[in-house]
Design a protein around this ligand. Structure first.
Ligand SMILES: Cc1ncc(COP(=O)(O)O)c(C=O)c1O
Length: 468
């Protein structure tokens, strides 16, 4: 195991104000009722309704966080729902400028819309994009344009590998590809911060700067997927630059070296919906600056007007305030400590963690393949664990393994994503207890088969059944 920073106490920086209004009640239905729910849902937890049937929901941390009082106030009382020139847009745009240091800001309804728009503008069939890890929607959007996304994460054998920054891109491999005959096909170098694809692991500032340097040298577009850039900055602050820069300064330094960046406000925007694309047009090459003008056209045809891009005024107020709150040190420390605490409790309960990695950003990645070594990938150990977790304790996680990724799955994992500002230490203790019970009876668990396969994205809609 790598270094962890779990603290004995995780003290949330808030307290309950109005029970039943600012809190959502959660109910633990009986085991019998949970088994009935599973059968009704064809063993697919995406088909189970949330707080009345799910006790602790760790399906995703995207758009599922709690609002702050200020976010609530601004979104309910101050939002401006004007179609054009909304004051809420003005506030969001200023907040994004402050957060990113970039001047040209384009709104979209969520991160994948930014991916779609940028791929429409910058990619053509046969183009190649290279990344530390394309997120699955990024890969889908780039592939839809006929482009070929290639992941080159730093592996243990490469010089860019760093035990605390396992999300890094392999710089040697990047240089090799840029020097090769296929170089002219490479159109975008993309860094995803943090690297969700390999377990929410961070990327070092050194790695970001190196990738940017080579992109510039070889005249390639350097992009950042900034979904969790504040969490990533926290790791840089803690483990790389020994606290010499503030979190906002680190974030702006990452944005500064990117030609273009995009971000889903559902993650580090601490919002329920929204996203944006940013750039400094004046600093782009003439050809790229000409192309970026098309973002507005794409927003108008697919998202809405350029002063809301698919977001309501209320969404924009949440994002404007969320970007101010996410850079606060106390917030980030509490969030990272929650992840570290849950991971540490699970390890103590005998649960293996993917790659034995230190705690990453917003989620713990359980190695279901290792825990349930008697179940082969073809019988979906991640799905087995996902079902067992709900059956045993009403906890919902998300399989990221052979169900979700098919033959592309390298590890059979169950992701436990932690919504921000939602759960307390006791909730994590409970989850660890449930895992402890599962570990004890793991050899009695058997695999699953698919009874309805909708093809692409089957984890959302597929039907499953236990193998008797
Ligand atoms: C790294 C990364 N990029 C892009 C996206 C897509 O963002 P959205 O869900 O807002 O469309 C996600 C979503 O989880 C993500 O994790």
């Amino acid at each position: 195991m790598g270094k962890t920073t779990a603290k004995k106490y995780i003290i949330p920086r808030y307290k309950t104000r109005i029970v039943g209004v600012s809190n959502t009640p959660i109910s633990l239905i009986s085991k019998k009722a949970r088994m009935r729910e599973l059968q009704r849902a064809h063993y697919n937890p995406f088909k189970i309704s949330s707080s009345d049937k799910i006790f602790i929901d760790l399906l995703t941390a995207s758009g599922t966080g709690a609002l702050s009082k200020k976010q609530y106030h601004m979104s309910m009382r101050e939002s401006d729902e004007s179609y054009a020139g909304s004051l809420s847009w003005n506030r969001l745009r200023e907040s994004i400028r402050e957060f990113s240091g970039k001047q040209d800001i384009f709104p979209v309804h969520q991160g994948r819309a930014a991916e779609r728009i940028l791929s429409e503008i910058f990619l053509a069939p046969e183009d190649v994009t290279v990344s530390n890890g394309h997120f699955d929607t990024t890969e889908a959007n780039f592939s839809k344009r006929g482009a070929r996304p290639i992941d080159i994460p730093a592996l243990k054998t490469s010089t860019a590998y760093h035990a605390q920054f396992r999300g890094n891109i392999d710089i040697d491999e990047l240089r090799k590809r840029l020097d090769s005959p296929m170089s002219n096909k490479i159109k975008i170098i993309l860094l995803t911060l943090t690297n969700n694809t390999i377990g929410a692991q961070p990327v070092s500032l050194h790695n970001v700067r190196e990738a940017a340097k080579y992109a510039k040298k070889f005249n390639k577009l350097f992009m950042i997927d900034a979904c969790r850039i504040a969490q990533n900055a926290y790791f840089i602050w803690r483990d790389e630059i020994q606290k010499q820069k503030s979190i906002p300064e680190i974030i702006r330094e990452c944005f500064r070296v990117a030609d273009i960046a995009y971000m889903s406000l559902k993650k580090d925007g601490l919002s329920h919906m929204g996203g944006f694309i940013v750039t400094n047009s004046a600093a782009l090459t003439h050809a790229v600056a000409e192309k970026i003008k098309n973002v507005k056209k794409e927003i108008i045809s697919g998202e809405g007007y350029v002063t809301y891009g698919g977001m309501s005024g209320s969404d924009m107020e949440k994002g404007a305030q969320g970007l101010k709150e996410v850079v606060r040190f106390t917030y980030l420390q509490e969030r990272m400590n929650q992840t570290a605490y849950l991971q540490e409790q699970l390890v103590q309960a005998g649960v293996p963690i993917r790659d034995d990695a230190p705690p990453g950003g917003d989620a713990v990645f359980v190695d279901a393949g290792k825990l349930l070594a008697h179940i082969p990938p073809s019988q979906f150990p991640g799905k087995t664990l996902e079902v067992a977790l709900y059956e045993e304790g009403g906890v919902r996680g998300c399989e990221i393994g052979s169900v979700m990724l098919g033959s592309r799955a390298e590890v059979e994992t169950l992701r436990l994503a932690i919504p921000c500002r939602v759960y307390a230490k006791e909730h994590f203790d409970y989850v660890a207890d449930v895992f402890g019970r599962i570990v004890k009876k793991k050899n009695t668990l058997s695999g699953f088969k698919i009874t309805f396969d909708p093809g692409e994205l089957r984890h959302f809609d597929g039907h499953f059944a236990p193998i008797e």
